[in-house]
Design a protein around this ligand. Structure first.
Ligand code: CAA
Length: 451
C-alpha cells in the first residue's frame, strides 16, 4: 500500500488586478470601516470577460506542470472542484484534458465535484482515496479547484474575490492527509445559484453565517468523536483532541472576520469540553456560557466576542499566516481553503514546519463541511519557493473600483452569449495565462495561452 499520501506540489493562480476594500467603502458610500473592520477585508481580486473558470484552471494546471517539470503521462487522475463551471453537463475537467491528450494520455479518471466552496475538498478526498485504493495504477493525481466569486450589487459584493489552486497528490508527500475526517452535511438554503441567466448567487447572509458556525461545531465534534474512538481502540491515555493538538488552524475564508469567528468558535468548543482548564481563567460569567442554549449561542455576540478576544493572540501568530491569499484576493470559493494552505506553507520556515499539524475546515453552502488534519512529514521548501506567493500577490495591480464594476458589467453582458467577442484587454492576463479568445455561434469557447 502507498504510504503518506498527500500533497506533493502546489500552485496558485489569481488575476492580475485587485481593488482596495477601503476604497470600495468610499465608492459604495457605506460607513467607514464596514468592509475593512466589519468584514475584515483588505483587497479583492477581479477579472473581466477575458477570463472564465476554464482559463483559471488551465492556467494553474499548466503552470504546475511546467514549474515542477511534471510529465503529463505521469498523471492518472484529475479531480476538479468548482462552482463556476460554464456548462451544466460538460465538466471543467474535460477542458484540462487538452494538456494531457496532446501528450498521448487520455487514461485519466475523475471529473468535477460540485457543492459551493466544498467541491475542492471532495476532489481532494477523492484523489487521496484513489491513490490509497486497490484500483490505483501507480500514477499521481491532480486536484484543481477555483472560482470567480462575484455578487450582485449589495451587501454580498465586498465578500467576493477570485483565484484557483492546483495540487499534485501522491505517496511520500511532505503534506500528508491524516485519516480522520469529521463531516457535517445537511440541507440549507443559505447561499445557492438557481439562476441560469446570471453568475450571481442568491444569499441569505445571516443564515449563511449561522450555517457556517453550526457546521464548524458539528464537523469538529464528529472529528473529536472519531479521534476518541480510535484512541480508545489503541489503548491511548492521551487527553481528548483539542486545539492543543493543532499547530496551525486553516479555515475556508469567505471574508476575514468569518475566520476570526470560526477560530473563536473552535476555542469555545474546547472550552465547553474542559471549562475548568486554567487557560479559561480570564473568562467571566462561565456558568452562563455553560448553560447557553445551543441556538442562542449561534447568535450571541457577547459569547462570540469573548472567544474571539481569548483567541486573538493565537489568531495573530498562527491563523493569520494562512490568510495571505484571502487578504489579497478575497474569497476564491473552492480555492479559498487551499489558498489558505498555500499561504501557510509560504509563511512558515520549512525546518520549523516539519512535524507540525495543520487543521483544515472546509465549508460549502447548501451545505457540506469537513474538519480534517494534515501532518507536515517532509520538506516544504520546494513548494514554498515555487509558489513564490508573497512576491506574486504583491505584484497584483490595485485598480480603481470603477474598473471592478466595469469588469462585472462585461461579465454580465457576455454570460449567455452564443457569439461573444471578448472586450477585456489581454494586457490584463499574466504571461503564461490562458484567456478567452472567442465564442463561436454555438456557445463554444476558444482559449489561447499568452506567451
Ligand atoms: N465599522 C465597523 N464594523 C461595522 C461597520 C462599521 N462602519 N458597519 C458594520 N459593521 C460590522 C457589523 O457590526 C457586523 O459585525 P459582526 O459580524 O461582528 O456582527 C459586520 O460589520 C457585518 O455587517 P452586517 O451584519 O451589517 O452584515 P452585511 O449586511 O454587511 O453582510 C454578509 C455581511 C452577510 C457576510 C454579506 O457580505 C454576505 O452575504 N456575503 C456572502 C455570504 C457569505 O460570505 N457568508 C459567509 C458564510 S457562507 C460561506 O462561507 C460560503 C461562501 O464562501 C459564500
Amino acid at each position: 500500500r502507498p504510504k503518506d499520501v498527500g500533497i506533493l506540489a502546489m500552485e496558485m493562480y489569481f488575476p492580475t488586478r485587485c481593488i482596495s476594500q477601503e476604497e470600495l467603502e468610499e465608492f459604495d458610500g457605506v460607513a467607514k470601516g464596514k468592509y475593512t473592520i466589519g468584514l475584515g477585508q483588505k483587497f479583492m481580486a477581479t477579472c473581466d470577460d477575458r477570463e472564465d473558470i476554464n482559463t483559471f484552471l488551465l492556467t494553474v494546471t499548466h503552470n504546475l506542470l511546467e514549474k515542477y517539470n511534471i510529465d503529463p503521462k505521469s498523471i492518472g487522475r484529475i479531480d476538479v472542484g468548482t462552482e463556476t463551471a460554464v456548462d451544466l453537463s460538460k465538466a471543467s475537467k474535460t477542458f484540462l484534458m487538452d494538456l494531457f491528450a496532446s501528450h498521448g494520455n487520455t487514461d485519466v479518471e475523475g471529473v468535477d465535484s460540485k457543492n459551493a466552496c466544498y467541491g475542492s475538498t471532495a476532489a481532494l478526498f477523492n484523489a487521496v482515496n484513489w491513490v490509497e485504493s486497490s484500483s490505483w495504477d501507480g500514477r499521481n493525481a491532480l486536484v484543481v479547484c477555483g472560482d470567480i466569486a462575484i455578487y450582485a450589487e449589495g451587501s454580498g459584493r465586498p465578500s467576493g474575490g477570485a483565484g484557483a489552486c492546483a495540487m499534485l497528490i501522491g505517496p511520500n508527500a511532505p503534506l500528508v492527509l491524516e485519516p480522520i475526517h469529521g463531516t457535517h452535511m445537511v440541507h440549507a438554503y443559505d447561499f445557492y445559484k438557481p439562476k441560469l441567466d446570471s453568475e450571481y448567487p442568491e444569499v441569505d447572509g445571516p443564515l449563511s453565517i449561522t450555517s457556517y458556525t453550526s457546521a464548524i461545531d458539528a464537523a469538529y465534534s464528529a472529528f473529536k468523536k472519531k479521534h476518541a474512538l480510535k484512541a480508545k481502540k489503541s489503548g491511548s491515555e492521551a487527553p481528548p483532541f483539542s486545539l492543543d493538538d493543532v499547530d496551525y488552524p486553516v479555515f475556508h475564508s469567505p471574508y476575514g472576520k468569518m475566520v476570526q469567528k470560526a477560530h473563536g468558535r473552535l476555542v469555545y468548543n474546547d472550552f465547553l469540553a474542559n471549562p475548568t482548564h486554567p487557560k479559561y481563567a480570564s473568562i467571566q460569567n462561565t456558568a452562563a456560557l455553560l448553560a447557553q442554549d445551543y441556538k442562542e449561542s449561534l447568535l450571541d455576540k457577547t459569547l462570540e466576542k469573548t472567544f474571539i478576544n481569548l483567541a486573538k493572540s493565537h489568531f495573530d501568530s498562527h491563523v493569520e499566516l494562512g490568510m495571505k491569499c484571502s487578504r489579497r484576493c478575497g474569497n476564491m470559493y473552492t480555492g479559498s481553503l487551499y489558498g489558505g494552505l498555500a499561504s501557510l506553507v509560504s509563511s512558515v520556515e520549512p525546518s520549523e514546519f516539519l512535524g507540525k499539524r495543520i487543521s483544515m475546515f472546509a465549508y460549502g453552502s447548501g451545505l457540506a463541511s469537513s474538519f480534517f488534519t494534515i501532518k507536515v512529514k517532509g520538506d516544504t521548501s520546494e513548494i514554498k519557493n515555487k509558489l513564490d506567493l508573497v512576491k506574486r500577490l504583491a505584484a497584483m495591480k490595485v485598480v480603481p473600483c470603477q474598473e471592478y464594476v466595469d469588469a462585472l458589467k462585461l461579465r454580465e453582458e457576455s454570460h449567455l452569449s452564443k457569439t461573444w467577442k471578448p472586450q477585456g484587454s489581454v494586457d490584463n492576463i499574466w504571461p503564461g495565462g490562458y484567456y478567452v479568445e472567442s465564442v463561436d455561434g454555438k456557445y463554444r469557447r476558444q482559449y489561447l495561452r499568452k506567451p
